[in-house]
Structures are given as C-alpha cells and as structure tokens.
Design a protein around this ligand. Structure first.
Ligand code: FAD
Length: 398
C-alpha cells in the first residue's frame, strides 16, 4: 500500500549526507538498534570516497594525531580521534578482507579500488538495517519535539538530526553549503571557509614561461609562512600541483609568496664548483640536467638567462644561481578554488559543539560531523580519519 503524500515517516535518526562521515555514523547508530535514515541529494552515494586517493582511497593514516589537523580550536578533535583510532578503522577493513598497502608515513590505501571501502560501508549499513535514499533534496527543516524534514521524497521526522554534508570542495561531486545553512538556521556560528589541498594558479607571465613543462613532476621542498613541506611538485597548464603544493596551500593566503627548493638537501653550489673544475667548458644547463629533470633545467636556464658554459660564471654568480634553485620565489595568483580543492578549511565553529558527541550545545539532537565541521586534515588519509572518528562519536550518542 502506498503512503499518502502527507504521511510523516518516523525515524530515530536522520543523517543528511551519504558520504564517509554520514555512512559511518549510520553504521554506529544502526548497530545500536536505532532506526536510521540517510538522505543524499546526489544520484549516487559516496562519490568522494570513489574519487579519493586517485581511485584507491587513502582511507586512514596510522599516525593521525591532533597535530595533523587545522582548526580554530586545535584541541577539539583530540577526544574523537582518541576514541576511534586508525587501527579501529583498519580492523573493519581487515574484517572485510580488503587488501591495502602502506605508502609513505602510515598512509593506507586500497590495493585495488576505493570501491572496496564504499562497498564495505554499504554492506555494514545494510547489516545494521540503515535505510539510504539518494536523489532526495531537503526543502525545509523545522524543529518541534522532533526534527521535521520536508523533502522532494516526502516528510520525515526524527529525534536526532546529523548533518554530514561535507565542505564546499568539488560541487560536481555533490558538495553544497547546505550544512552551513542548517547551522545558521539554528543560530550556530560558522567560520569563514577556504579551499585547501588545492593547486596554485600562477600569474599569466609565469604560465607562459612554464607552458612546456605541463605534466612534469619533480621532488621539492616548498615553504610558505614559515611552514615547509617536502614531496612531489607537478607543473600544470595553469600553475603548480602535486602533493607538496597541495599540502602547502593550507598555509597560503592571497598575496603570499612560496619558496621552492628544487634540489632539497643537495649542495648545489659545491656541486657546481666541482663541475667547473672538472668540466670548465660544459654548458651549465647540461650540468644541471644531471640533477634536475632535463626539460626543467633547460627551461629555467633559458628563463634566467643562464645559457652559457660554467667557466663563464664568477664565484658570486655561481653562488647567486645556486641560491635561486634552492629558493625559487613565486607569488601564486590564486588557487584553483573549490572546483578542484580536496577539502574545505573552516566551517561549523567547534566552540558550538561537544567534542565528545558532536552535538550542538545550543540545539539538543542536532549533530555536525565530518568535513562540515571546522576540522581539516593534512594530505595523507587524515581527512577520512576525522570523518570516521567524528561519525563514530555522534553515532554512539544519537
Ligand atoms: C578528489 C578528492 C580526493 C580525496 N582523497 C582523499 C584521500 O585519499 N584521503 C583522505 O583522507 N581524504 C581525501 N579527500 C578528502 C575526503 O574525501 C573528505 O574529507 C571526506 O570525504 C569528507 O567526508 P564527509 O562525509 O564529511 O563529506 P563528503 O564525503 O563530501 O560527503 C558529503 C555528502 O553530503 C551530500 N550533500 C551535500 N549537500 C547536500 C544537500 N544539500 N542535501 C543532501 N545531501 C547533500 C553530498 O552529496 C555527499 O554525498 C579527498 C577529496 C577529494 C575531493
């Protein structure tokens, strides 16, 4: 029998957003016997999980601690992270016999596909009796005794409402600012947001100069506002990307410069002095090509007018040039913004939430979890770990 369009479907818990945090919270609540509904406006659930880690989902980082997160209150995430650790999530992954590999510094990736993680979460949801509805948009939320949701798919009510709508990053994957709007509706403060873990766009003149390098990557260390990160740098059509650049973007503000060390840990001056002694007539660009990707060495020598044999450089010129390769100063014009950013800095003010349960202090029954909250991880599996841990904290309470 079909229900009338005016029927209100009753649940104990409604979760808005079927991403990493929403599904994890649903599992914890469902396992406690709560009647749980997850709503998502996208046509498919868990899209970001599928896209993550280059299709292999860097699902946690074994060394995750509060120090790996940005937040106006750096202590807020400690409690949840302590109570649901990377090893707890790993136990679930192992229970589902998902093969994984450890990359640098505790970063755990699926060996095969991100799909394994999504399938695991959906299987656990099914086992816990969780109902999931995609393609469902929420038109209005009100609160009387219960939360009442008017949606494109009918009316729903629940005692607990969990907001797991994520940040603003990548609108084509379903991201919206809806979670912030819900917070504001209930008088909850939202801190300014910024795109983070995002490529830089360089000034037009640098884009033209570096045009031929697109697709080339090299190991660097990059510095911004006294923070330094080592890793890969990738030249793109518009500017710079790669792990080191994405990571440093979290510290960059418009107008700031970045300093790139193209040969980290290498004594370029000493090497050049030695080469000048051994091969005085050799072109500098050929000498540099033995230490840097050849295309990069040739291009920078052209840009910086260094196209001549090494014996034509004075000691001072050699030293200035070595300095330049170790401290390449660039003023990014902007970032690529939310269109390609992996995460969003800022969001629901943690002062408004309980760090134990993620419930809003001003509004009993209303919870915020995952990326919508002002807790943002560094690159390397930290963002998913926050999604799992904050979701678990709420899921045990709702
Ligand atoms: C390309 C890419 C790669 C990444 N790789 C990694 C990685 O390897 N490791 C890592 O730790 N982190 C990674 N991240 C970050 C990580 O994906 C996020 O931090 C994490 O998914 C956040 O989980 P969440 O559940 O809070 O939000 P999301 O996963 O973004 O889920 C939010 C859900 O809410 C839904 N929603 C939004 N608005 C509405 C609305 N108005 N109504 C109904 N539903 C709505 C969305 O459709 C979505 O399903 C990556 C991010 C991107 C973009």
């Amino acid at each position: 029998m079909q229900s009338s369009p005016h029927t209100t479907h009753e649940y104990d818990v409604i979760i808005i957003g079927a991403g990493a945090a929403g599904l994890m919270c649903a599992i914890a609540a469902g396992q406690r016997g709560r009647k749980v509904l997850v709503l998502d406006h996208a046509n498919k659930v868990g899209k970001k999980i599928l896209m993550s880690g280059g299709g292999r989902c860097n699902f946690t980082n074994l060394y995750a601690t509060a120090e790996n997160y940005f937040s106006a209150n750096p202590h807020f995430c400690k409690s949840a992270l302590k109570r649901y650790t990377p090893y707890d999530f790993l136990a679930l992954v192992e229970q589902h016999q998902i093969e994984y590999v450890e990359k640098d510094a505790g970063q755990l990736f699926c060996k095969n596909s991100s799909r394994d993680i999504l399938q695991m979460l959906l299987a656990e949801c099914a086992r816990a009796g969780v109902k999931i509805k995609a393609r469902c948009s929420i038109k209005k939320i009100s609160k009387q005794d219960q939360f009442l949701l008017a949606t494109t798919d009918g009316q729903y009510s629940a005692e607990s409402l969990v907001v797991a709508t994520g940040g603003l990053s990548i609108p084509t994957l379903g991201a919206t600012g809806f979670g912030y709007a819900i917070a504001k509706q209930f008088g909850i403060n939202v801190l300014a947001t910024h795109a983070s873990l995002v490529p830089f766009v360089l000034q037009k003149k640098w884009q033209e100069k570096l045009a031929g390098l697109s697709g080339l990557s090299t190991e660097v260390s990059v510095c911004c506002n006294n923070e330094s990160v080592s890793g890969g740098l990738l030249f793109t059509h518009k500017g710079l990307s790669g792990p080191a650049i994405l990571q440093i973007s979290s510290y960059w503000k418009p107008g700031d410069f970045i300093l790139i060390d193209l040969l980290p840990g290498f004594n370029l001056l000493g090497y050049l002095q030695e080469q000048r002694r051994l091969h005085p007539k050799m072109e500098l660009k050929n000498i540099l090509s033995s230490q840097l990707p050849k295309r990069l060495a040739l291009r920078l020598c052209e840009i910086w007018s260094l196209d001549r044999p090494i014996n034509q450089f004075s000691e001072k010129q050699l030293s200035d040039m070595a300095h330049r390769f170790h401290h390449w100063k660039l003023y990014p014009e902007s970032t690529e913004g939310y269109k390609t950013a992996e995460v969003t800095l800022g969001g629901v003010d943690t002062d408004e939430l309980s760090s134990k349960t993620m419930v809003a202090k001003k509004q009993p029954g209303l919870y915020f979890i995952g990326e919508v909250v002002d807790v943002t991880g560094q690159l390397g599996g930290f963002n998913f770990q926050w999604a799992w841990a904050s979701a678990q904290a709420a899921g045990l309470q709702v």
